[in-house]
Design a protein around this ligand. Structure first.
Ligand code: XLS
Ligand code: CA
Ligand code: CA
Length: 439
């Protein structure tokens, strides 16, 4: 098999002192942290679309990426070359998992039938390479947003023929995900949203979207697909209002349609910030609702209002994300998928390695710091103490449901001096900094 990245060899752990850009400074796969190896904690995954198919085009200019498969013109040959390159990358970067949309890995044909045949051919090849390289599929999904037929959405389209097409596509994507042993299946909203309510029946669109999800749940049962279903929230882009706005909205939606027991969330950092939340907020909210499934690790630019999907290099955010993930007891069967793309000006093939190394090292270091923070319990103890009034006296009675408004009025009438304690935000931020600097 051709080598696509011959000038880069296997990336090894060399430790924080290393100046070799092609080495891990913090990601040491077999290092044990709190009873699990880093590899088991992090379950890193490569995103097929950003890594193998993105060409760097933006609304102002054509693609810039220089890739070793640029000279291949036959679409199926190109798909196979990218597949081989994907496994070489995963192998050299020591990444165990990957994720894809159906249309990332195989080209669309003239008919749905032909498209499915293309997919089958590539999936067979993918299966072979997975075995050869010992790699696993974290999740599969269907791209129901790129093709112009999805102009009004897929499951929320006003056109029943489009709904049917999306259903057929999802059916096939589920079969393929099962065939490759995928551990999860993702629904990201795509164009499930609206531009203006002047032309939108939001009630019907949401009911139909729930119908589509129910059909997927039923079909998974029928074919014996036991992976976890995930919904990936995003507040805007491509539509002005995306129905899966954020984790809380998704949970409310699923509960309304009695679908909540079948789904968890795949939380993307950049989508959290577009919804005006921190990544930690979304993870925390999912965790306390037993709803955290997997993450798309990336970062946005705080000065831009769109989805930039940059590789995550912010150690502060990664630490707090890993803090929530550790408190969640890990992510499995989910993982840390780098839904991130190199910048348009980082167009050389080596940039792919450098970007993944940066992201993996950031999360590895974040894991180490978060573990120490949790182990020493400084934040946990502070929070416990802050809410101590609910473990005794009147607070305990409130929590245990033993008092109502009348009893609380009687209590408040007698309790003339209320004292509060400081929230100590600056101290806590300094403690987190200290752990990041000193670890
Ligand atoms: C787009 C989403 C998408 C999903 C998978 O913003 O991040 O790439 O992760 O469909
Ligand atoms: Ca994503
Ligand atoms: Ca994104």
């Amino acid at each position: 098999m051709k080598e696509y990245f011959g000038n880069v060899s296997k990336i090894n752990y060399e430790g924080p002192g290393s100046k070799n850009p092609y080495s891990f400074k913090y990601y040491n796969p077999d290092e044990v942290i709190g009873g699990k190896t880093m590899k088991e904690h992090l379950r890193f995954s490569l995103s097929y679309w950003h890594t193998l198919t993105a060409n760097g085009a933006d609304p102002f200019g054509a693609g810039t990426m220089l890739r070793p498969w640029d000279d291949i013109t036959n679409e199926m040959d190109l798909a196979k070359a990218r597949m081989e390159a994907a496994f070489e990358l995963m192998d050299k970067l020591n990444i165990e998992y990957f994720c894809f949309h159906d249309r990332d890995i195989a080209p669309e044909g003239k008919t749905l039938q032909e498209t499915n045949e293309n997919l089958d051919e590539i999936v067979a090849y993918c299966k072979e390479l997975m075995k050869k390289y010992n790699k696993k599929l974290l999740w599969g999904t269907a791209n129901c947003f790129t093709n112009p037929r999805y102009v009004h959405g897929a499951g929320t389209s006003c056109n029943a023929d489009v709904f049917a097409y999306a259903a057929a596509q999802i059916k096939k994507a589920l079969e393929v995900t099962k065939e490759l042993g995928g551990e999860n299946y993702v629904f990201w909203g795509g164009r499930e949203g609206y531009e203006t309510l002047l032309n939108t029946d939001m009630g019907l669109e949401l009911d139909n979207f729930a119908r589509l999800l129910q059909m997927a749940v039923d079909y998974a049962k029928e074919i014996g697909f036991t992976g976890q279903f995930l919904i990936e929230p995003k507040p805007k882009e491509p539509t002005k209002h995306q129905y899966d706005f954020d984790t809380a909205t998704v949970l409310g939606f699923l509960k309304k349609y009695n679908l909540d027991k079948y789904f968890k969330v795949n939380i993307e950092a950049n989508h959290a910030t577009l919804a005006q939340h921190t990544f930690q907020h979304e993870l925390n909210f999912a965790r306390i609702n037993n709803f955290l499934g997997s993450i798309d690790a990336n970062q946005g630019d705080p000065m831009l209002g769109w989805d930039t999907d940059q590789f995550p290099t912010n150690i502060y955010d990664a630490t707090l994300a890993m803090y929530e993930i550790l408190k969640n007891g890990g992510l499995a069967p989910g993982g840390v998928n780098f839904d991130a793309k190199v910048r348009r000006a980082s167009f050389e093939k080596e940039d792919l390695f450098l970007a993944y190394i940066a992201g993996m090292d950031t999360f590895a270091k974040g894991l180490k710091v978060a573990h120490k923070l949790l182990e020493n319990g400084e934040l946990e103890n502070f929070i416990k103490n802050k809410y101590a009034s609910f473990s005794e006296g009147i607070g305990k009675e409130i929590v245990e449901g033993k008092v109502g408004l009348k009893e609380l009025e009687a209590y408040a009438l007698k309790n003339n001096e209320i004292t509060n304690k400081s929230g100590r935000q600056e101290l806590l931020e300094a403690i987190v900094n200290q752990y990041i600097f000193e670890d």
